[in-house]
Design a protein around this ligand. Sequence first.
Ligand code: C2O
Length: 571
Amino acid sequence: MANLATLFTVLLSLLCYSQTGFALVQWPGGTSTRFYDFKVQTMRVTKLCNTKEIVTINGMFPGPVVYAQEDDRVIVKVTNETPYNTTIHWHGIRQRLSCWSDGPSYITQCPIQAGQTFTYEFTIVKQKGTLLWHAHVSWLRGTVYGAIVVYPKTGVPYPFKYPYEEHIIILGEYWLQDLVQLERQVLASGGGPPPANAFTINGHPGPNYNCSKNDVYKIDVVPGKTYLLRVINAGLNMENFFAIAHHKLTIVEVDAEYTKPFTTDRVMLGPGQTINVLVTTDQPIGKYSMAMGAYMSAKGVQFQNISAIAYFQYLGAVPSSIALPAQLPSFNDNLAVKTVMDGLRSLNPVNVPKEIDTNLFYTIGLNVQKCRSKTPKNNCQATNNGVMAASMNNISFIKPNISLLEAYYKKINGYYTEDFPDVPLKFYDFVNGAPNNIPNDTQALNGTRTKVLEYGTRVQLILQDTGIVSTENHPIHLHGYSFYVVGYGTGNYDPQTADFNLVDPPYMNTIGVPVGGWAAIRFVADNPGVWFMHCHLEIHLSWGLSMVFIVKNGHGELETLPHPPADLPQC
Ligand code: C2O
């Protein structure tokens, strides 16, 4: 993969060389155009001594890597050859004036149905680094995912020493059950999901799991070199630690934005997050483990506590030798998470809004709703015979059955409202004394509620965790934008004591809001469209931990969402 990547860069340089003289046009039209053909297919795989059909792209698991350069146009033709409804989301791509190609089902498009085709088209405007793509319908993304690698423009170096080789490391979760069925079953039960049967690194569980001694990913390395690892968490329902035995990781980029180099023994990634790290092979010749383990900050949740292992193997090491074990933090080591977060600082000068037009305060958390089923034993398996839900500002999002973007664009009434509140309807001690659902009566309301923003609004949003069921770190993802993480802390957000970094905050698309704490983000709403914001733990998304921003057009062509593509799928 690494050699291919290098070769690819060289080819890119050759291909693009003749074009570097062009002036940058303002419309996001792209420098070069990259075409990809994605066939959504089922494939039989055997893992953990079990054979099943999984959904893949082009029969690859993980799926194909989308390579591009900053400012390129990317065109991906997606053909659905499975019986399942499909969409693909380009996670972290800011989709400048291309909301139609964003991909979340029932938000920006109807699913691509069996036998149908849809072509995604977007320009990677002022973005470079590692991102991921994944299915954005039911739980299909459990196997339908892959990396996006965006190289700097030709002649623009990395802001760190050129690595000897680059490797992609995609963390995943593997289930023996069919994922579409599993989501249905879990939602019908009213209770929580079972843990994954295994964690995986580039699709391989590694030797800690049954029947997986030889189902291990391996990177061969030579001593005395520096490697760039593009680490991606594509898991469904877990946040994870990642570490390499005896090796330091130097973080240089997060969510496709450069950071000041920060050296650590381990990183934590929530699903949807990407971290580029440099690793120097400065240890004695040997075979070292790369490990992916659980980070579970909520109380009373079952999770997979066996680590996935891959090998980081020096040239000259005895292949049959035992791999040196990696030290992962314990599953509830919140301090380890904070330490990494404290180290994330933007490398380059930032453009963080200093004045704010709209102040928003959204609580995030789970709920236990009253049982309304006639068969509570089957359908109300949450605590106190309730039904699990999740919400923002105590409003549980109901997915519409048409595309919201289409409804908005074509002014079709009746599918959503514009009354998502700027603050919760009720303030109380959000985080102390969890679980605090009974004394505070925090039954969630339901609705497809949106928050409308005028073009160019400078937004500050406080995300506040709640302990209605249990406090928990939630990876909150915003579509269509990156945002500056200007502050975070534990406890209830208090503007008097909150400490903000307006100098070099990281620019991210997914923020792990600290367990029992808060995070403050800022962005300028200058990309018109309908943009989903949600917890990237898939079960929380299924339970309603999401909302939608509608960003209106500004003035003129460069501030206006174009017409929908002709092949936009119908519901
Ligand atoms: Cu990576 Cu809406 O998701």
